[in-house]
Ligand binder design. Structure first.
Ligand SMILES: [Zn+2]
Length: 178
């Protein structure tokens, strides 16, 4: 019998400076007219935290392990693509995904009108339910100063009996078969 496993992921991105504006991609959606986030990829802190929580739950490393700068094929990849890939890697390592919950902290964008849209996009990417909520920091810290966004995610996975494939980063048969 395999018990469920939880994981955690945190991702932070700064808002892009005025002299290098970027579109805002967050929670898998494009937010027209909003200041974007800077980063190695699209800066989608919500999608990145979700992917990191999946890796954490499965115990197969983290975002840097799988999508770091030594993996140029992921340079500039969208958060939705990274979450899709993360879910595939975790499944290939022998896990089913129960759910992912993400909360981001930031004054912008105003999230509730698009919550259902964001959850649908991320749920499709992960192939499992993804819920997203938003809060503020009461004006404190860098989110309160509108300098960036923090996202925190948890994920729950359950191990199957056998890994389905031999993905090089996720083949951990020694630890998957106690
Ligand atoms: Zn990120």
């Amino acid at each position: 019998m395999f018990l469920p496993r939880t994981g955690i992921g945190i991702d932070i991105h700064a808002f892009a400076p005025d002299d290098a504006p970027a579109p805002l991609w967050l929670a898998g959606l494009l937010w027209e007219g909003e200041r974007g986030l800077s980063g190695h990829s699209d800066g989608d802190a919500v999608a990145h935290a979700a992917a990191d929580a999946l890796f954490s739950a499965a115990g197969v490393g983290d975002l840097g392990t799988h999508f770091g700068t030594d993996r140029p094929e992921y340079a500039g990849a969208s958060g939705v693509r990274l979450l899709t890939e993360a879910a595939r890697i975790v499944r290939d390592a022998g896990f089913e995904i129960g759910n992912i919950a993400v909360q981001f902290i930031g004054n912008r964008p105003k999230f509730s009108p698009r919550r259902a849209e964001a959850e649908a996009v991320l749920t499709e990417a992960a192939g499992a339910p993804v819920s997203v909520s938003a809060t503020t920091s009461d004006g404190l810290g860098f989110p309160g100063r509108n300098e960036g966004i923090t996202a925190m995610a948890t994920a729950l996975v359950v191990q199957r009996t056998q890994p389905e494939s031999t993905h090089p980063e996720s083949t951990r048969r020694d630890t998957l078969e106690p």
